[in-house]
Structure formats: C-alpha cells, structure tokens
Design a protein around this ligand. Sequence first.
Ligand SMILES: C[S@@+](CC[C@H](N)C(=O)[O-])C[C@H]1O[C@@H](n2cnc3c(N)ncnc32)[C@H](O)[C@@H]1O
Length: 219
Amino acid sequence: MGGSLHVHRAAAGAQRVAPYPSRYAAVLARVTPDSRVLDIGIGTAGALVRNQELVLGRRVTVVGIDPEREYVTKAARVVAAAGLADAIKVHCLSIYEPGLRSAFAGKAKFDDAYFSGSLALLRDPVAALRCAATMLKPGGRVYVTQCFHNRPAPLTARLKPMLRRFTSIDFGRVVLAAEIAEIAERAGLHVIEDAPVPGSIDTRWQTARLVVLGQGSKG
Ligand SMILES: C[S@@+](CC[C@H](N)C(=O)[O-])C[C@H]1O[C@@H](n2cnc3c(N)ncnc32)[C@H](O)[C@@H]1O
C-alpha cells in the first residue's frame, strides 16, 4: 500500500468541496451510552480521536478495522497518544475477512457498526453491510456517513476509476443518495433515518448524509 497514507489524505484534499467534519460527532452522539461500536474503515483514527470527549463522555468503546497496514499502525499511535488505548482498539482487517465474524460472534457482538466514508470505497457494499450486520446484537444499528451524489454524475463516475489507475488514489465510486435504500434492502437492512450531516456539505449535486440502518426488512 506504499504511499497510500497520503493517498486518502490527497483524496480528502481533493474533496475539499465535500468535507463532513462532524460525521463522527453526529454518530457518537446518537449511539447509546456504553455502546461497543465496530468502526469499519477507521483509517488513521484521526477523525474519531478528534471526538474523544464524546467517546469518553458517553463511555463508548470502539473496535476499528482497516485493511491498510500503514493506516492501522498510524491509528494505533494516534489512539495511544490521545490516551484512548482502553477505549479504542485497532486491527488490520478487511470487513470481508471471515475470521472477523467468528471473532465477534455470540457475546462478543457489537451494539452498533459504523461506516464513516468507507462504504463508497468498498468493492461490494451489500456484502459489507451484511458482514457488519452479522456481528450486531439484536436491535443493533448500522450507521453510514458518506458523501452521496444527488443526481447522476456520469463524468465523475467515469473519472473516479481512471484516477485510481493513474494516481493509485482510491476515490471510491459515485453513490447516489437514492441507491442507499436498495443497497440496504439487499443486505437485509432497512433505512430508519436518512438526513444531511449537520454542518456538512449539502448542495444540489452532493450531500454528506447520515444514514441509520436497522436489522431486517421494512415490511
Ligand atoms: C475515506 S477513509 C475513511 C477513514 C475514517 N473512517 C474517516 O472517516 O476519516 C475509508 C477507509 O476505508 C478503508 N477500507 C477500504 N476497504 C476496506 C475494507 N474492505 N474493510 C474495511 N475498511 C476498508 C480504507 O482503507 C480507508 O481507511
């Protein structure tokens, strides 16, 4: 993954029009106090640690996973430097890793799962949501914060994979706001809430949204 630490930073820079700085705060404020949360794609943990007051104040514990070894190494340093090693654990694992589901089964299941900016980067979002859902206790929710396009953007959709090929930067794929309910349904989940992240980008083209998913289909 050589150089991919700056890759996502570069991607974040490229998304200057689409920051959603309050994403972790929006989710941490909603989960039940004392919750144990699986953070899928924790990255370098910087965004989570910036909300340490909420983590500690609500006694939330987090298990963060990310397949990028360099990120996970940095995340462990960031977490330790903030004195949060008891509250936040990080593992170099992909959401698709079958061993993850056996490790977090039974009593080790999570209260909630969270995809912060990671869903659009995943090769199979439906399978990823399903994997996350199998590690949830009954009643557990899946939170997603993601910048969604409000209308088809064919040029961007074509450019993103090309940019990845030429720059090695993974910009993910274009996800339409209208797609999330269908993606959730295919994963055996349903949309409980879907709204813009307060204080984040919200234009006619794209909106940073907070989507809360519940287990089972709506009907
Ligand atoms: C845009 S970053 C978001 C980082 C952090 N959650 C945040 O909001 O600042 C998306 C992260 O998803 C991770 N990711 C990509 N594929 C993954 C997978 N299969 N399982 C878990 N995480 C993955 C990437 O390595 C990256 O760190």
